[in-house]
Design a protein around this ligand. Structure first.
Ligand code: AMP
Length: 218
């Protein structure tokens, strides 16, 4: 059996994890696993998990670990994850990072890449971020506008601001990030797995850097 390749993207909300995860997973034939997308999908479908997660998400808080861990365990055992996957928005707490560590097999190749972006850019990016309500693709009113205003380039669905991208919720998400998720930089750097890269550059420049750290396998 080939060893699986797991890439963890770390970074504050709006650092570009989603955009880069989509591109990297396509370029390297890996599954894209976004816990935020999975939770939003559960909300859309009206599942019990979706209902339980909603209040936390709307207020910028983290969904409790046990809910996220069950959901993730199910997702990464799907056949498309066999060769590996790009994790976007997971882990977000030390408990989640430990759970991931236990789930990995000895020969899995793990890389953790931290996208570094200043708080000012985070707030500015969230303010202009437009998400497709149908397929989840992300655009930006100024930095990456869709070809046709209000319409998704990929599926033609309607674009709108995510409720949790409203300024007060973004500030809370940043606070939660600093408290719960930023310590993972140390957690992974202590394990020799961390690479930090400058996420302030254009999406293309960030992607080129990221792709060079996760080279194609022969
Ligand atoms: P995201 O799309 O990654 O920005 O996630 C949106 C929201 O979903 C977050 O603000 C959290 O409320 C929730 N969420 C996503 N991933 C996780 C996770 N790994 N742990 C806890 N909550 C999460």
């Amino acid at each position: 059996m080939v060893m699986a390749r797991i890439v963890v993207l770390l970074g504050a909300p709006g650092a570009g994890k989603g955009t880069q995860a989509v591109r990297l997973s396509r370029a390297r034939g890996l599954a894209h696993v976004s816990t935020g997308d999975l939770l939003r999908e559960n909300q859309k479908q009206g599942t019990e998990l979706g209902l339980r997660a909603k209040g936390f998400m709307d207020s910028g808080k983290l969904v409790p670990d046990e809910l996220v861990l069950d959901m993730l365990a199910q997702r990464v055992t799907a056949p498309d994850c066999r060769a590996g996957y790009v994790l976007d928005g997971f882990p977000r707490t030390e408990v989640q990072a430990q759970a991931l560590e236990q789930r990995l097999k000895g020969d899995d190749e793990v890389q953790v890449i931290n996208l570094e972006v200043s708080d000012e850019s985070i707030v500015q990016r969230a303010a202009g971020r437009l998400s497709c309500r149908k397929c989840g693709s992300v655009f930006h009113a100024q930095n990456a506008p869709p070809k046709k205003a209000g319409t998704c380039d990929n599926c033609g669905g309607p674009l709108s601001q995510r409720d949790d991208d409203a300024a007060p919720v973004v500030r809370e998400r940043l606070r939660v990030y600093r408290e719960k998720t930023a310590p993972l930089v140390r957690f992974y750097s202590a394990r020799g797995l961390l690479h930090s890269i400058d996420g302030e550059r254009s999406p293309e420049a960030v992607f080129d850097h990221l792709a060079s750290l996760v080279p194609e396998r022969n």
